[in-house]
Design a protein around this ligand. Structure first.
Ligand SMILES: *[C@@H]1O[C@H](CO)[C@@H](O)[C@H](O)[C@H]1NC(C)=O
Ligand SMILES: *[C@@H]1O[C@H](CO)[C@@H](O)[C@H](O)[C@H]1NC(C)=O
Length: 279
């Protein structure tokens, strides 16, 4: 449309007797003079372009940030099944460079010690999350979950998967041949029978397998030559677009069911279904 209004004239070329092309300057200048007197002018074009620019800028500055926020939420929702947490957490994404070196000082690695135990425990060490009646009703498929008795806060039980996945990873870490001796009488998981503990471990490995395949991270891992290494060495310090885990953890902690005197404070309510076997 702008092109039509601005009435851009292609400069015409003519062939002279020698077969050379030259610009028809006379016809060009007379045409542009004419267009100043009649019809769409360059001044008109300039004003229209300026007006369009200013309007775009005004509209953009108003709906741009709103649209940006909305897009972030939309991206988050597209990569999630329905969760009441989405409405209450920071749904933005942040560039994060992973700490991937094979040898690295980190609170999550190295010698078994209190600092390391706490760093891992902080990721998963809180009670089951509850969701409200309204949030439960809004879930667009039936999750068939247990009611929390009024005296324990009411609502329904419903934890976030990420917390369970971190629990699984931590349990597998504790189970490793390097760590089992240390954790076997420090961690409640190891009070189960050996058979149950083995099932627990396999369940965790298989859950994390499914999660990693579901997310299927396509980040490129680069390689570089390193002195003393026969093969190119992978650089695991890769860049990722990450959700705000702190915000999600904070939501889970805030939604814990109260610290009950015993697990028997939770009991089936009248009319609640009792299943024959675990799902
Ligand atoms: C990497 O390690 C540094 C230093 O311990 C820490 O501040 C940063 O949060 C770590 N990054 C990730 C993605 O864990
Ligand atoms: C774990 O067992 C070891 C002996 O195997 C013992 O020295 C240690 O005190 C125990 N720790 C706890 C927390 O019970």
């Amino acid at each position: 449309m702008l092109m039509a209004v601005c009435n851009y004239q292609k400069v015409s070329l003519t062939e002279d007797e020698n077969g050379q092309f030259s610009i028809q300057e006379a016809s060009l200048s007379s045409k542009s003079q004419r267009s100043f007197q009649h019809g769409p002018s360059w001044m008109g074009c300039f004003l229209l372009c300026a007006a369009t620019g200013i309007i775009s800028l005004l509209v953009g500055s108003v709906i741009g940030p709103w649209f940006g926020q909305d897009l972030k939420r939309l991206c988050f929702e597209m990569h999630s099944t329905y969760s009441p947490a989405i409405a209450e957490i920071d749904t933005s994404y942040h560039d994060v460079r992973f700490n991937g070196s094979i040898i690295l000082d980190s609170p999550f690695r190295g010698e078994l010690r209190e600092e390391l135990n706490e760093a891992w425990q902080e990721l998963e060490g809180f009670r089951v999350t509850m969701i409200t009646e309204e949030e439960y009703a809004a879930i667009p498929y039936d999750i068939e979950t247990t009611k929390v008795p009024e005296e324990a806060g009411g609502g329904y039980m419903g934890s976030l998967e990420v917390i369970h996945h971190l629990h699984c990873l931590n349990f597998m870490r504790k189970s490793s041949i390097w760590n089992h001796e240390y954790y076997k009488n420090r961690s409640a998981e190891f009070t189960d029978s050996d058979r149950t503990t083995h099932h627990h471990f396999d369940h965790c490995a298989d859950m994390l397998r499914q999660k990693l395949m579901c997310d299927a991270d396509v980040t490129i891992i680069p390689y570089r030559w390193v002195k003393g290494h026969a093969d190119p060495y992978p650089n695991f310090n890769t860049l990722h677009s990450c959700r705000n885990f702190d915000s999600i953890r904070e939501w889970s902690v805030r939604r814990q069911i109260p610290d009950l005197p015993s697990r028997y404070a939770l009991h089936p309510l009248p009319g609640e279904k009792i299943w024959d076997s675990p799902p």
